[in-house]
Design a protein around this ligand. Structure first.
Ligand SMILES: [Zn+2]
Length: 134
């Protein structure tokens, strides 16, 4: 993915991504809880944006939230943009990839220390790049 050009139009994104990825990343959808591949993953590595490869979360900040979505208490500095999301009759804070603008999930204020944040993320928005085994 690193050598490909970043899509510029939604049509190009639609061609590049699988339908379930496009629905979440480009249309702000949410995958069903407990359905994703990284909900219980404890492997060490770097979680990257599935759309553009941007480094988003280190596995060091992943925690078990019991929500059915992979959860992190902090993002890589500068990796995400936050914006208010008033869809579904709620006010939530949406998490977007700072590089490509794709939807990743939402952030809540009930996470563990040291940040108190819970970044609740769709598995289809991420790719785990496992670190090399020691
Ligand atoms: Zn991205």
């Amino acid at each position: 993915m690193e050598n490909q050009k970043m899509p510029k139009t939604e049509k190009e994104w639609e061609r590049k991504l699988k339908p379930e990825e496009y629905a979440v990343l480009r249309q702000g959808g949410t995958e069903a809880p407990f359905s994703g591949e990284y909900v219980y993953t404890k492997d060490k590595g770097m979680y990257r944006c599935r759309a553009c490869g941007n480094e988003i979360f280190s596995s060091e900040t992943k925690f078990e939230s019991g929500t059915g979505w992979p959860s992190f208490y902090d993002a890589i500095p500068g990796a995400v943009k936050l914006q208010e999301d008033k869809s579904l009759g709620m006010v939530r804070t949406e998490i977007l990839c700072a590089k490509c603008g794709s939807h990743l999930g939402h952030v809540f204020d009930d996470g563990p220390q040291p940040t108190g944040k819970r970044y609740c993320i769709n598995c289809v928005s991420l790719n785990l790049e496992k670190s090399a085994q020691e």
